[in-house]
Design a protein around this ligand. Structure first.
Ligand code: NAD
Length: 258
């Protein structure tokens, strides 16, 4: 087992993956950091800098409405910067390398916590977006997803064209359950995986963080690509402390050679 501070190499990661038959990746905000989208946690993260947003807004509002408004306005400024960063972002070499690994048959599924759509835009096909997709809306009744720019907003809330149910943005909110179809697919992948590649996530958001650990308990290899330690580091067989935009293209190049 690798110690939290131990370092491995991309070559070691490639060697572990070479014989694997079903490789699943869990990706997080760190993968998109090199596309200009800030992370929440870790150095440079917007929560590291500004503090975590609260999920007990009503209680806080009652205790000090003035302060609540001040903070809400600050948060809105922050979030609009965040949303703009997502809208401007392009896939980076890390996303492109993951799509390449899928094409080569070396990566079989990506579970991403990112809402930015960059995996699909890079060409990955087998993707489950556990926290939703910023560009989609989801029907609360039948689960159908549509592009946000394809729905009618004359009447609010907008309704599903299929079943008339209420639409919400696909992004999973604090306290909202992960949609059942998505959760089922994550469990299915965790059960199939004989290797889990954990990229750019602080691995503290559940249930996402539990899938690599589940697979590891079944005997799968666990590989982490992250410049900083996470709670999964101590379970990992190989830890590569480098930005994903460097480690993933190198990994794809190594696995591309027989
Ligand atoms: P996080 O912000 O909690 O942690 C980011 C992790 O990325 C840290 O461990 C950090 O060390 C690592 N990191 C930073 N730069 C990296 C790089 N270049 N290469 C590899 N790793 C790097 O992110 P999280 O674990 O994904 O959890 C945050 C939640 O917030 C997610 O579930 C997601 O829904 C949401 N979020 C999404 C986006 C996005 O869509 N791009 C961005 C921020 C947050």
């Amino acid at each position: 087992m690798t110690r939290v501070d131990a370092k491995g190499t991309v070559e070691q990661a490639a060697e572990r993956l070479r014989a694997c038959r079903h490789v699943v990746a869990l990706t997080g905000a760190g993968l998109s950091a090199e596309s200009g989208i800030p992370t929440y946690r870790g150095s440079g993260g917007i929560w590291t800098k500004w503090g975590e947003p609260t999920i007990d807004g009503w209680e806080l509002f009652n205790s000090d409405p003035g302060r609540w408004w001040e903070e809400a306005i600050d948060r809105q400024t922050l979030m609009s910067d965040f949303a703009q960063a997502i809208d401007r972002a392009e896939p980076n070499p890390g996303h492109l390398a993951m799509a390449e690994l899928e094409r080569m048959g070396r990566l079989h599924h990506v579970i991403t916590q990112n809402i930015d759509d960059l995996h699909r835009r890079a060409g990955s096909r087998a993707v489950t977006e556990i926290h939703g997709n910023r560009h989609l809306v989801r029907c609360m009744s039948c689960g159908r997803r549509d592009r946000q720019d394809a729905i009618f907003l004359e009447r609010l809330p907008p309704l599903c064209q299929e079943c008339g149910g209420i639409l919400k943005n696909d992004t999973v909110m604090f306290g909202e359950p992960i949609p059942a179809d998505v959760l089922d697919e994550c469990h299915r992948q965790a059960n199939l995986a004989d290797a889990f590649l954990v990229v750019g996530t602080s691995a503290v958001v559940y249930p996402a963080a539990e899938f690599p650990a589940m697979a590891k308990r079944r005997g799968a290899a666990l590989l982490e690509l992250n410049p900083e330690p996470t709670p999964l580091s101590r379970l990992a067989d190989v830890v590569v402390r480098a930005p994903a935009g460097e480690s993933l293209p190198r990994l794809a190049a190594l696995l591309g050679t027989a």
